[in-house]
Structure formats: C-alpha cells, structure tokens
Ligand binder design. Structure first.
Ligand code: BDP
Length: 704
C-alpha cells in the first residue's frame, strides 16, 4: 500500500507540473460507447487541481451493500480517469485529518437528508462528502459529483443538494423479442432475449450505469404492441436476471402486457376484466412475477388502440381493465395504462378521442394506476399543443409520455435536440391545475427509448443528448434545455468554452429547424406512410382516414389547416377557457399553432404583414438555412473534436442538409399543385417536380 501511495505522490507531482505547462494533446478517436460517462481528464488548471494530491475514497457505510458498491466503483473509475491517478480506496473514513490528500467520502445513512434518491454534496479544502439517507442517494450523488468534475468545476466549489422532482422516471422500450425495435433507428435491440437468462451482456450493466447517472429508475423492457408469450415463465426467468443486475443501480423492471393474454396463453375463452377466471389468471400471473422479481415494477398496457386488444372488446371501460390489473398487482407495483387511443370507427377528430374516452373516467382508477399521456393530442409530432388531458383529470395519476427515439423528427439521421420540445410542454399552463410539469411531478415521466445495438447506442452521437436530457428533465423539470445541453456537451465532447458554446448553439436551434422544414406553422403528420421517413403530404387514400396526411393538413384551393374551432371539430373546447379563447382567434394564436387549430386562406394577411403562403415558404426556408448554419458551425470544430466523432456528425449533417431541402421542396411543390401559386418573390423554386417527389419510394427505411 505504501508503495502504491508513493507512486501516487510522484504521479501527482508529475501531473501538476504537466498541468502548468498545459500541453494540448491531440484529440484521440472515440466511438461514442462511453456516452457522457467518458470522464475525460480535464486540461490545464482544472487537471492540475484534481491530480495535485493523491485521492482517497472512503465510506463508513456498508461496503457490501450492492448500491454502495457500485457507487464506490463508479467513483473510483471516474476519479482515476479524470485525475490520471490511482485512487486509494479505504474501508472507513480516516478519523484523523489527512493533509495533502483529496478525500472523497460517502455517508449513505444520513438522517437529515430526504429519501427517494436525494443527496447533498459538500466540499471544503479538498474534502468532498456525498451525503444521503439511503444507498441510492449516494449513487446519484456520486454521479452528480463526477458530472461536476467532468464539466471542469473546481473541487472546492462543489456544494450542491438535489432531490428528484418526480418519483417515476422511466424508459419505455419498444423492443420486440426477435431483436427488432419498433421505431428504433440505432440497430437491433440491446436486449438479447434469446440468450437470457444465462447470458448477460456487459451492455446491460453499462446501460444501467448510464440510466442511473441521469436518475432513471424504471425500465419497461418490451414494446407496447406486446407479444403475450413475453408473460410466460421462460421470460420471467429472463426478467429476473435483468432485474437482479439492475437492482444495485436503482432500476425497477416493468413489462408491457397484452390485454388478451388470458386467451392467448392462458387457455381461457375470454379476457373480460370482470370475469372471475380472468381476474384469477392475472392474479396468479402477477404472483409468478413477484416470486421471481420481488421488486417488479408492474405492467404497462396499450389497450384498444391501433388494433391492440382491450377491455372495450368486452364492453368494459379503460377503468375496468386497468383496475383489474391493479388488483392483481396489489400494493407491490403499478399499472401504467396508456391514453394513446383512437379508433378508425370513430369519426371525431383524432385529436379529441383520448380526452373523450378518459376524462369521464376521472376518479375511477385505482390508486396504483397511472394514466400515461403523450405530450400532445396526436402523436409525437415535431410540434403539438399540449395534450388537453393534462389539467383535466384532477383525480387521476397522470404521467407524461415523451418520445426520445425520433420517429417524426428525422430518425437518427437528423440532429434534433428534444429538450426544448419537452421543456415547452412541461412549462405549458393547463389552467387551474398549473403547468404540465406541476400536473405530472407527483407521478412521473416516461420516454420511448432510442437505444440500440449500434456502438454509439443511439444511432448518432447527438441522439445521446436526448436520452440524457430526458433523464435530467424527469429529475428536475425546471432545468433549462440550454443548461442540459451545456452539461451534456462538456461531458460528451469537450470543455473548451468556445467549442462548447458552438455545440450548445447548434443543439438549441436544431429542433426548431426541424419543425420549420417539416411541419411549419402548426402543420402535422405530413410524413410518408408506414416507415414515416421523408415527406408525403399528398397521401390521401389510405383505408383509415386518420392515417392520411390529407386528413391533417386539409389543404384545398382556398387554404390550408385543420379547423378545430367551434366551426370545425371543436377540439379547442377541450382546453380551459382562457387558453381556448387565445387560440380561437387566428390573430391572437401563437403562430406556431396556427394551422393546428385553423384553416387559413393562402392569401390571408398574418400579423407579420406577410400572406400565409409567404410566411409558410419563409418558414421552410428558415429551416433549411438553420441546418446549413448548424453544418457550418460544426465544420469549424474539427480541431476541438476527436476525428471519428467529428466525421460521423459531419456526415449526418450532410444528410440533414440534403433532406431538409427534400422536405421543403416536396412540400412546397405539393402545396403549389393545390393552390396554383408561384413561389413568393425571391424564394427558390423546388428542385424537382411534384411527380418526381411522389414517385420516390424506399420501403426498406429502418424502424418500421
Ligand atoms: C406511433 C408509432 C407506433 C406506436 C404508437 C404507440 O408509429 O409504432 O405503436 O405510436 O405509441 O407513433 O403506441
């Protein structure tokens, strides 16, 4: 031990000398697997500080507690990587004060810190303590400390307390048992169901580390379009292996359940939730889960939506179905029931259907039922107004569902940082119930995961930021997108302030750019059929009306947009009066929602003085220009970013520049074929004819 310490002293001395010289090392190639947990050594002053003294890492708390053990292991790994020193790990916190060492200590049974993952970081003269009342708080605190150090914060200024705003911060995987991921754009599934339970890939541990580092504490492992056989005993054994591996990281496992399982795999002739045999079957099934996984989180259910079975097949309500499962799970777990429902038989505006089905059931759901509501009333579009169910069900547990995988925002090919979109909805006022964040904070947030088997996890380096941002916002919905972008960029790419500013600026403009070149001024659902890649506003003849882009844009010779006022579908009446009044008038509505709620004449004058047609074309152009600007900003960063990731991002931006033009041109060409108008003065004519755009076909696009 003494020898090791001597080596550390020498290393510290050497490092501080080097730090003073502050040699800029050439960036080495990286593949992105390390995510934001790279723990890249700081440069210059910050490096000198961290490696000035040997580092002692110690805890008096039970070292054999699995969560404390992973916290200690993570700190050791992170501190060694950040400082370049070997960390001296002690089984107890030294009582006599050590001089000339950096002491990092953990206390995980501190009576004055709240539970639920809260922690406090304190530091003074090279002593940093992580305090929590339970092991999971220590783990979150450990990650928070490593985050601060990774961002280059000086050790002595680290003083920070934090507690999660929401109890449930979960990922929903749309992964199928055969390894295909529905709407996944990062390769195959990260779950190797076939070889579980015997084989547990290291990726499953790194995945749990990444999640814990941003506070995610629940994972639904399979697609909401669920296969019933994933409830069979052979799968329960697989879940047990995963749950055991994730437990130290504070992650509970949940499973999507197919409502008709009693018939599909249970040998019953009904799945009627009021049938005693069906209830008994689910109770026995839940017991089987809890025997194997005592902290099993519960079931997620997509019912009576897009062809999935549900209680309505038996003349029952969503409350009947959810409560039956809630009884089976009991106080051991939760039933998460999705509000994403619409039906082809229902002729009402699709945007109104979920509210119409669920709001009358307010107060009827069991205490351990959560209703999971998408951010907007249609379906994860680049921009939607907030879902009117938020604020309209005061007696129901409501949770926000966001989509991290970018099904409607350019897959993994386009850079779109989604935090501004989520921030927009979380900050929205719902009337008396407060903001959406206030409505969902007592319950939680779910994000449809964007991970896959790709080496960089998410299909593109910048898509890692969306996973990161989701976790950070679920922990603290008051964090600003810009703050999150900055944190992520400095851990993931570089701490160089100028480069960091440029990356953050790119991220902050990216989502709005996508809205502008895909669905400007409140348009929505204009993507191609099936795979959802690229524009196809011309599709009008699919069997289900609400699958057609024409259903949403309603463009005709006079104008464009969906009239959702009292003269149209009256979806506006689902919002509180003060909001509905503001949105009811095309002159006062936020122009970003104009065509969502109004059918507007092409030649109508907007408050900007432009006609609608001029404003629309200008928006498309703005989107294209923004992407060009992002590409230019990135091109200047070649010295600041390692070559492998620099090149990968450059190539993605090249695709995005090309495809932004495709969206713009194909959309404008189509609107022109309807309104017969020339492009406004100064604007560029679409590069190809409408027929050329319509004839493009690529059934092999990923993620179907
Ligand atoms: C839609 C997706 C579809 C999902 C559905 C859902 O296209 O693949 O199954 O959402 O959320 O956006 O259930």
């Amino acid at each position: 031990m003494r020898g090791k310490r001597l080596v550390n002293w020498l290393a510290a001395l050497f490092a501080s000398v080097l730090g003073c010289i502050a040699l800029a090392a050439p960036a080495k190639a990286e593949d992105g697997y390390g995510l934001w947990l790279r723990y890249a050594p700081p440069e210059g002053e910050a490096k000198a500080e961290l490696s000035r003294h040997p580092i002692v890492l110690a805890t008096n708390s039970q070292q054999d507690n699995p969560t404390i053990a992973v916290a200690m292991a993570e700190l050791e790994r992170g501190l060694e990587s950040l400082s370049g020193l070997d960390v001296d790990r002690r089984a107890s916190v030294p009582t006599s004060s050590l001089s000339d060492v950096t002491l990092i200590s953990l206390q995980c049974d501190h009576p004055q810190i709240a539970g639920g993952g809260a922690f406090s970081l304190n530091s003074s003269s090279s002593k940093v303590s992580i305090l929590a009342s339970e092991p999971i708080g220590c783990l979150y605190g450990a990650f928070a400390l490593l985050r601060s150090l990774s961002e280059g914060e000086p050790l002595d200024s680290i003083a920070y307390s934090s507690a999660p705003a929401m109890p449930l911060r979960m990922l929903n995987h749309w992964d199928n048992p055969d390894g295909h991921v529905e709407r996944g754009y990062a390769g195959r599934s990260i779950f190797d169901w076939w070889h579980l339970p015997e084989r547990l890939d290291q990726r499953m541990i790194d995945y749990a580390r990444a999640n814990a580092s941003i506070g995610i504490n629940g994972v639904v492992v399979n697609n909401v379009n669920a296969r019933a056989f994933m409830l069979e005993q052979r799968y329960i054994a697989k879940y047990k292996r995963l749950a055991d591996a994730w437990r130290p990281f504070g992650i509970r496992l949940y499973v999507s359940a197919r409502f008709s399982a009693p018939q599909d795999i249970g040998g019953l002739n009904t799945s009627d939730p009021l049938d005693p045999a069906v209830r008994a079957w689910w109770k026995a099934k839940a017991d089987e889960f809890y025997r194997a996984v005592p902290d099993f989180g519960g079931f997620l259910v997509k019912a009576n939506s897009e062809g999935q079975p549900g209680p309505q097949d038996f003349g029952r309500t969503h409350a009947d179905g959810a409560n039956m499962l809630a009884e089976a799970v009991g106080n051991r777990g939760t039933v998460i029931w999705r509000a994403f429902v619409y039906s082809e038989e229902d002729e009402t505006d699709r945007a109104k259907q979920a509210y119409a089905e669920f709001v009358p059931l307010d107060g009827q759901f069991a205490d351990n039922v959560i209703i999971q509501v998408k951010n907007g009333p249609i379906d994860f579009q680049p921009r939607e107004p907030y879902h009117p169910m938020f604020g309209a069900m005061p007696n129901t547990n409501l949770m926000l569902e966001a989509q991290i995988t970018k099904e409607y925002l350019g897959f993994a090919s386009h850079l779109a940082f989604l935090a501004p979109m989520w921030e927009e909805v979380l900050d929205e006022q719902t009337g008396r119930a407060g903001t959406v964040a206030e409505v969902v904070s007592p319950v939680g947030m779910a994000g449809v995961a964007n991970t896959g088997s790709d080496r960089n996890w998410t299909g593109s380096h910048f898509d890692q930021a969306n996973w990161y941002a989701f976790g950070r916002l679920a922990w603290d919905p008051d964090l600003s997108s810009e703050h999150i972008a900055r944190e992520w960029a400095s851990q993931t790419f570089t701490r160089d302030p100028q480069a960091n500013d440029a990356i953050v600026a790119m991220m902050m403009r990216s989502r709005e750019a996508v809205v502008s070149y895909m669905t400007p001024l409140g348009l929505a659902h204009l993507m191609d059929t099936g795979h959802h890649y690229g524009p196809a506003p011309w599709v009008c003849d699919l069997a289900r009306p609400e699958w057609n882009p024409c259903y949403y844009h309603r463009a005709d010779a006079e104008g464009i947009g969906f009239d959702r006022t009292v003269h149209g579908s009256d979806a506006l009446s689902q919002y509180p009066d003060e909001i509905a009044e503001r949105w009811d008038d095309p002159a006062t509505i936020d122009p970003r929602f104009l065509l969502w709620f109004h059918h507007v004449a092409w030649d109508a004058k907007l408050s900007s003085g432009e006609t609608l047609w001029e404003a629309l074309v200008a928006e498309y152009d703005r989107g294209v220009e923004e992407v060009d600007a992002m590409a230019r900003q990135w091109a200047e960063l070649s010295d600041a970013i390692d070559p492998q990731r620099f090149r990968a991002v450059s190539e993605s931006l090249e695709i995005q520049c090309k495809e932004a033009r495709w969206w713009r041109d194909a959309s404008i060409a189509y609107w022109q074929s309807i309104n017969g108008l020339p492009v406004p003065n100064g604007a560029r004519q679409p590069a190809e004819t409408i027929e050329a755009y319509q004839s493009r076909s690529f059934p092999e696009a990923p993620g179907q």
